[in-house]
Design a protein around this ligand. Structure first.
Ligand code: FAD
Length: 408
């Protein structure tokens, strides 16, 4: 078992909470990982430092610090492999980039197959991933048993393990450290981070958005970059754009702190659970989205119950662990389970980044660089181009349901 890395001290200085100025070149709405990373890259890569990140609550109080931090790039289609692998490469140097520890741990992510369709889908994905140069592997039940000895690979479970896909470079990181790291680095480059500042309306002139109406007054802008995850459709609606996005609660939970027992991330679509062990020792588990739509950040108890039953079926030794805490975030799900990045249709100076659903944490550094380039150049970055909103009109969908179902 690899020793858990030491948690770093909370840094003395993070960022100062700026009072809003009258106007900014770029206003980013949403102080989650994507908004902060975008602001950082606008400043660092494009010299655009007159930037405000407006956050209605507290920094990273949305999905950013509610997610289960799984990072991987083994999606099926070329377009997805392009953007997620770009992001994974940025994760590999993020600590040096931000000058702070984010506890990125490449412990591998294993997706279990429990049926013939699972095997076909998994092998198809491994082949597609390898053609895209990704480190994807197919493992037999014996190899899985050696990799994760506490997993039941006998024929006892209701859904026996028949194999699995494995990406060794995948892993986890510490989400709040990632948010602090981006906030600190963006702030050092001149970005204003404004918390407790809810955007409730827009001022427009022709096809341009000229200001946002916020709980702290009107703020003028040259360009608008929406990064509001589960609340994106509410904001776009205020600009007359109906997004093909549904917002669902997605739950997760942690156990009490345990000795190290699991150093790989394990996911199962069929049994419907995924598990990793965080640096501190708690088991981190999640499942699929709650079926109802809503913005309540509360899920239903039966989802947690089913997820626990599934976890114990795969990992009998978890039967004695206790659940410490459960929570939910609001995830923005598109019809093809792929994100939307690019111009907000109908508006000359407004941009949209949303639809990452259950899997946008891993994309944080990638979104930051790609979305910032799109906003800065007022033209889609090549990796963003296929993810434009108009694919729901042209029909050029990027169907990632197979890679993104329970798999975050
Ligand atoms: C339980 C759970 C588990 C997950 N697990 C994973 C995982 O393992 N791996 C993975 O890759 N992804 C995972 N995700 C998905 C991931 O968290 C999201 O896709 C990603 O965090 C979205 O980008 P973000 O960080 O910017 O979102 P958020 O942190 O939600 O940022 C959006 C921000 O916008 C703010 N906002 C909204 N409306 C307004 C407004 N009107 N004015 C101002 N601010 C506003 C919100 O308060 C919020 O802070 C998970 C999500 C959840 C909920």
């Amino acid at each position: 078992m690899r020793p858990a890395p030491r948690l770093p001290e909370h840094p003395d200085f993070l960022w100062s909470d700026a009072p809003p100025k009258k106007a900014y070149d770029v206003v980013v709405v949403g102080g989650g990982g994507h908004g902060l990373a975008t602001a950082y890259h606008l400043a660092k890569d494009h010299g655009i430092t007159d930037v405000a990140v407006l956050e209605k609550g507290w920094l990273a109080g949305g999905n950013m610090a509610r997610n289960t931090t799984i990072i991987r790039s083994n999606y099926l289609w070329d377009e997805s492999a392009g953007i997620y692998e770009h992001s994974l490469r940025l994760w590999e140097t993020l600590e040096e980039e931000l000058g702070t520890s984010v506890l990125f741990s490449q412990r591998g992510v294993l997706n279990l197959a429990h049926s013939l369709p699972d095997i076909r889908e998994g092998k198809r994905r491994v082949n597609a991933n390898q053609l895209n140069g990704l480190d994807a592997q197919w493992l037999t039940p014996e190899e899985i048993g050696r990799l994760v000895p506490i997993l039941d690979v006998t024929d006892r479970p209701r859904h026996p393990v028949l194999g699995g896909t494995f990406q060794p470079r995948a892993g986890i990181a510490k989400h709040d450290h990632v948010a602090w790291g981006y906030a600190r680095a963006a702030h050092a480059l001149g970005v204003d981070i404004i918390q407790g500042c809810e955007v409730g309306g827009f001022v427009t002139d022709g096809d341009r958005v000229t200001a946002v109406e916020t709980s702290r007054g009107r703020i003028g802008l040259g360009r608008l970059a929406l990064c509001a995850a589960g609340h994106s459709s509410v904001l776009a609606d205020l600009l007359g754009v109906r997004l093909p996005v549904q917002s669902h609660p997605l739950q997760a939970l942690v156990s009490e702190l345990l000795e190290p027992v699991l150093d790989t991330v394990v996911m199962s679509n069929a049994v419907h659970v995924y598990v990793s062990q965080a640096h501190k020792g708690e088991l981190v588990m999640g499942a699929g989205v709650d079926p109802q739509v809503g913005y309540g950040q509360r899920g239903s108890f039966h989802v947690i119950q089913d997820q626990m039953a599934a976890a114990v079926e795969l990992f009998p030794i978890f039967a004695r662990a206790h659940v410490l805490r459960t929570w939910a975030g609001i995830v923005d799900v598109t019809p093809d389970a792929s994100p939307i990045i690019g111009h907000l249709d109908g508006w000359a100076n407004a941009y949209l980044n949303c639809g990452w659903g259950t899997g946008g944490f891993k994309a944080t550094p990638g979104v930051g660089s790609v979305y910032a380039a799109t906003v800065a150049r007022e033209h889609p970055h090549p990796l963003a181009e296929p993810f434009a909103l108009d694919r729901f009109v042209t029909g050029r969908l990027i169907d990632e349901h197979g890679a993104a179902a329970v798999a975050h």
